[in-house]
Design a protein around this ligand. Structure first.
Ligand SMILES: [Fe+2]
Length: 236
């Protein structure tokens, strides 16, 4: 009898621990829950997934994807601070999302003041949306001798603006933070798990070196904890 009563008490205690709404608030919230507008990124990922699933050709994908990305970077209130940190010596690339088929990935690209990339390619389509600060993309092309030279005007991106790259429309460029005294951040979408793609960097004399960018983060933002909005539906 005593055993039964004790066991029942234990079960009630365990249930109360699960059901008490204040239980979760006594823990330090994980990264994504500290960012109240992270659902903007979740909505973007859901919309982009539907676009990919409609199997668009590249022109439609870049056209419609550009519109989606422009809407995401129109607001600078959703990127978790942990994924917006510069490094004093080089730019950082943080993975925000990649789908299970690795059809596309979303990254935050964080520039310290004055930082720049080498001349590089992507090998897949990419969209670049400016979130914060200002960056410059200078396209490059090879001359008949195989040297890489600037080709056409540089593209300067300001917050809210979107640029595109791909092997079809131009895939080789050099990118820099225009601002010498501030961090700049752009949000990129690529047609692959970009951190694991074999790419190339180029020296101006034509030398090509293999390049796999990787990512600067180990933990991803939790886009899928919708418990707050579900709980809000319980309040009458
Ligand atoms: Fe690039």
């Amino acid at each position: 009898m005593l055993m039964k009563k004790f066991a029942g008490t234990k079960i009630r205690f365990a249930l109360q621990s699960v059901l008490t709404p204040t239980a979760a608030s006594s823990f330090r919230l994980p990264m994504s829950q500290n960012t109240p507008h992270l659902p903007r990124l979740r909505a973007f990922v859901q919309q982009f997934t539907r676009l990919i699933d409609s199997r668009p050709d590249e022109p439609r994908l870049l056209r419609e994807g550009r519109t989606l990305l422009a809407a995401l970077v129109a607001h600078d209130d959703w990127l978790p601070a942990e994924l917006a940190q510069p490094h004093p010596e080089h730019y950082q690339q943080y993975l925000l999302y990649a789908d299970a088929r690795e059809d596309f990935s979303v990254v935050s690209f964080v520039w310290g003041p004055g930082q720049a990339t080498p001349i590089h390619n992507h090998t897949v389509w990419g969209l670049i949306g400016m979130l914060r600060g200002q960056e410059r993309s200078q396209p490059y092309a090879q001359d008949p001798a195989g040297r890489w030279l600037p080709s056409g005007p540089a593209h300067e991106l300001h917050p809210g603006q979107v640029d595109a790259v791909s092997p079809r429309i131009g895939d080789v460029h050099r990118v820099s933070n225009v601002l010498a005294d501030r961090v700049s951040i752009s949000i990129h979408v690529y047609g692959a798990n970009i951190g694991a793609v074999m790419r190339s960097v180029f020296l101006e004399d034509g030398t090509e070196k293999p390049f796999v960018s990787g990512y600067s983060n180990q933990a991803l933002p939790n886009l899928w904890d919708r418990s707050a909005e579900v709980r809000a539906g319980l309040v009458r």
